[in-house]
Design a protein. Structure first.
Length: 179
């Protein structure tokens, strides 16, 4: 009986290894960021969760942000450093491994860290799901976002002002981690 249990355990372990390998070619395991309010404005109920899932040619970024003023638009970016200190300012500038200019999400030559603006519904919630081909979850890749920060800004992004779109203070921030 104990040999049978050992054999079953080995079979389950092998199956788990194969399942994990199935995502390795697409950048490895998923990553998440839990958004917490910064002290940039008061009161500030902004919070949320962002999930980064590997896809064949990039990363799917999805989640929701709550506590936004109803009907407002907000700049939403990946920043270069995984540090949300100093009201989110310790996260540095927009993630920009290719040295692009600030612009609209997916526009040629724009920062890799550009994400579509968040638009809050009547309840102050912004839900999103977007494929981002300029990002990766692959360890060692120049465009890997694990260990960086995702930031929600108070204002809408104008998509032209350099280097960050004039989107105002950082009202929520979360570090992107595996798992």
């Amino acid at each position: 009986m104990s040999r049978r249990i050992i054999a079953l355990a080995a079979a389950f372990a092998a199956a788990g290894t194969l399942a994990a390998c199935g995502t390795m070619g697409q950048g490895g395991a998923a990553a998440t960021a839990t958004l917490a309010p910064t002290g940039a404005i008061s009161p500030n109920p902004t919070m949320g969760k962002v999930t980064f899932t590997p896809i064949a040619n990039g990363v799917r970024v999805s989640g929701d942000v709550r506590g936004l003023p109803p009907g407002t638009e907000h700049g939403f970016h990946i920043h270069e450093k995984g540090d949300c200190g100093d009201n989110g300012n310790a996260s540095g500038g927009h993630f920009n491994p290719a040295g692009g200019t600030h612009g609209k999400f997916a526009a040629p030559g724009s920062h890799a860290g550009e994400l579509p603006s968040l638009v809050a519904d009547a309840g102050g919630v912004a839900k999103f799901s977007v494929e981002v081909h300029a990002l990766s979850l692959t360890e060692g890749a120049a465009n890997n976002v694990v260990g960086r920060a995702v930031v929600v800004h108070r204002d809408r992004d104008d998509f032209t002002t350099q280097p960050a779109g004039n989107s105002g203070p950082r009202i929520a921030c979360g570090v992107i981690t595996r798992g």
